[in-house]
Design a protein around this ligand. Structure first.
Ligand SMILES: [Cu+2]
Length: 155
């Protein structure tokens, strides 16, 4: 009887976590940095299928000492980037990190990245949900990145 009560209370703890598992990550990749660089830029789309906005706490990866989300802005033709203080994925919406715009910055790479490598990351929400992300390393110097923005970025 006592066991039943314990199991029930454990279940009640689990249910709210499952109900909030509405964040998914797609199109994740990392731009191959120049050989001497110790930073790399990453891109992805974070989607929220839920009814409530979800705030992202941060990202963790063994690939970099200090991964952070950056916003890009244009001041008199010069691109500037800043750490995003808040990353909010709107309800039934998405937030895009794409070449030439907002991006993930992997600061302090812990090992050299090679084309085709998979960088494992975990996106954490403020509610404590963790989403695993596999981001492939792509070399855009010989790719088809014709957006015209990539060259401003300098990563
Ligand atoms: Cu940046």
């Amino acid at each position: 009887m006592k066991l039943k009560i314990v199991m029930l209370s454990a279940l009640m703890l689990i249910i709210p976590t499952l109900a909030s598992a509405e964040i998914s990550v797609e199109e994740a990749w990392v731009r191959l940095p120049p050989p001497v660089a110790d930073t790399a830029a990453g891109y992805m789309v974070i989607r929220n299928s839920g009814d409530q906005d979800v705030e992202i706490q941060g990202v963790k990866t063994d690939a970099a000492k200090q991964p952070e989300f950056h916003s890009m802005s244009d001041h008199d033709g010069m691109m500037h980037m800043m750490k995003m203080e808040k990353v909010i994925v709107p309800a039934h919406g998405e937030i895009r990190f794409a070449a030439g715009g907002n991006h993930l910055m992997l600061i302090g790479l812990t090992s050299e990245l090679k084309t085709g490598d998979h960088v494992m990351m975990t996106i954490e929400t403020v509610d404590g949900e963790n989403i695993m992300v596999h981001a492939e390393v792509r070399d855009m110097r010989e790719g088809m990145d014709n957006s015209g923005h990539g060259e401003h970025h300098g990563h």
